[in-house]
Every structure is written in structure tokens, then in C-alpha cells.
Design a protein around this ligand. Sequence first.
Ligand SMILES: [Zn+2]
Length: 363
Amino acid sequence: MTEKIPNASVHQLAEWLAAAKKEDYRFVRVDKRTFNVTVDFFLEMPPEMQRALRFSADPAASLGVRINEPIQLQGHSDEKFSMFLTAYKARPSPPLPASPSNLLVIGELAARYRTQSLTPWFRRHFEAFILSRPTNPALRSGPDEIFLGSMNMAKYFFGTNSDVCRSLTDRWIKRLHRKELDPLIAMLFGYAHGLHSLRAHGYYTYMVSVEQKIMQNEPIDVGGGGRLEAFHVRHVMAGYHSLRAYSARMFLNAPEFERYGAQAPTSVSNADHDRNRPIRTCHPDEHKLCVTAWEARWIMASQTPSTVPAIDIMQRLSVLERCLRKDKVLQKSMNPECMNLALKVVVDKIQKISRQLQHHFDF
Ligand SMILES: [Zn+2]
């Protein structure tokens, strides 16, 4: 199989004809460029796709036998097809493409044309790309397009319940919360593809990004370039009202935590407690001071002005947790183990909110 350029010389045409005698091939047109592709490529396609392209193994019944009646391939550029074809020619183990974007192009066209002979190769390299440690630079700092392309491939080649899909979703969500990717893109993609976690975090980060507009009663789909429909807006608003009420309650009421040693027998006073244990069980009387200090410092810290809007409750709780962890008053007033338990409650709460976001958005 040989790739050809459209303005082929007479010499090249002669070469094509010579090649045609050795192996069965079809002329293919992508944009204004003509390619010469072996029939194997078409034979891997499902019959309905072959029919739609008017390909037949029988030359008398097929397009692409003559150069002026090529098989037309659409929906991608000729550069992309050329890249794919280079990999196809080197199947089953072509060299690894120069960039993740190129790998995605090959995967995208392999999926499009159901090219099974490239599937094992693509799955192996794509999985390594997504699951690589340390984090692949393309996923660490690449644009939205890398995530869109990768997620399409992850879904197609591995399924939504795969480690590949989960890992990609986690990275996408982390970067959304760091405001490095477009929340609207994640929200719409998550919604359209039934990726619940991505959808919820897309809605959440989009809601945070338009909070000022909501507060000023401005339409929130203006920045969306008309991509938002009424039901999207309804979900965003449901999330806003729910999380605002939730966040107000949370910041006014310090989360409860368990007394250290509450699970152990309480009859032993600290004085009699096993001296070999490095940390004392918190006695119920002493624990009252733990609770008072925790509640007072919680209220104080949560009322301190922050650059993070209160509606971004997950980010606010993270800031609050870091701030309380360093709080000298708490360190002096609380049993250290009680303090750890209290801080852990905050971390758990963030994780719980993250897992249950969909309830706030009324999905
Ligand atoms: Zn305590």
C-alpha cells in the first residue's frame, strides 16, 4: 500500500499501476488529496460501512478502482489520514508517534474505521499514556482538547468502568478545580456522555465561575456562547441554591468529631493510664476544652475573609483545614489526637461532598 499525492506525475502513475498488479488496492480521496490504500483496510470494516463507502472486494462493483472515481473519506483532515495510514502500514506494531496528540489521531481513526488490527497496539500505548507515573506532561498541562480526545478513546477502547477512564476523570476534575481547564466544556461533555462524576464537577466548577453573575441576577449562559440550554441553567441554579444553604450551615457550625479514646473503656483516668502509650486518651472532662476550642476557632477561621468564594465550599474547606492545622491556639488547647480526629472530619467532609455533588445539582 502506497500513499500518493494528488498531482501525481506520469512516472508515479506508472508506479501505482505496477503496484496495483501486485496487491489489491483502492484510490481514496480525503479533502483534495488522493491516497492508495490496500483493500485490507476496507475488509476490516463492518459490511454496512463498506456499503456506505461503496467499497466491494469485487473491483467491478467497487469505487476506488479508478483514480477519477475514488472512495471518499470525510470527517477528518488529509493530514490526519496520512498519519493514520503510516501507522496502518506498519501494523501490527508501528513506532510510537511523536506526541500524545498524534497517538490520539491514530486511535480516533482506528475507532472510526473499526481498524481492529491496530487495536492491541493502540490500547497498550494509550493505557501507558494515561496511567503513566509521574503524571504525563500532556495531562498535567495540556489543553481541554487532550482530555476530550483521550476521554473519547478511553470510552471506546476501555469502557467507562475502566481504570483508564477513572484515572482520566480524576485528572480532569483536579485540573478543573485548579481552574486550568474550561468547566463548561467538562460540564457539557460529562452530561452528553453520561460521565456522572465529570458532569457533577463540571457543573460545580462552572457554577463557581459564574457566581458573580448569579448574585447580580445576570444571565449565566452569556459566557457559554449559547451552548447552554434551559435545563443546564436549571441544574446550575439548583446547585447554587443548595450549596449556598449547605455552606452557610457548615461555616456557622463546627463539624462534630469523636473524643480520642471514646471507643476504649473510659474508666481509666489519664493519671492511671498506660504510661507506655505516647498519647493520652482524652478524658471526657478535658475533652470539653477540645470541643470549646475547636468550635471557637472554627467559627473564627470560617468568618475570616477569603479570596475563595463561600460557594466554592470544597476549596474553602480545604483552606480552612490547612489553616486550623497550623492554628497555635488549637495546638495548645486540644489533645493532639482529638485535633487530628477533628481535622480528619473536615477532610472526610470534603470527600463526601465531592462524591455526592450530584444531589445538590438535582440530577
Ligand atoms: Zn479531646
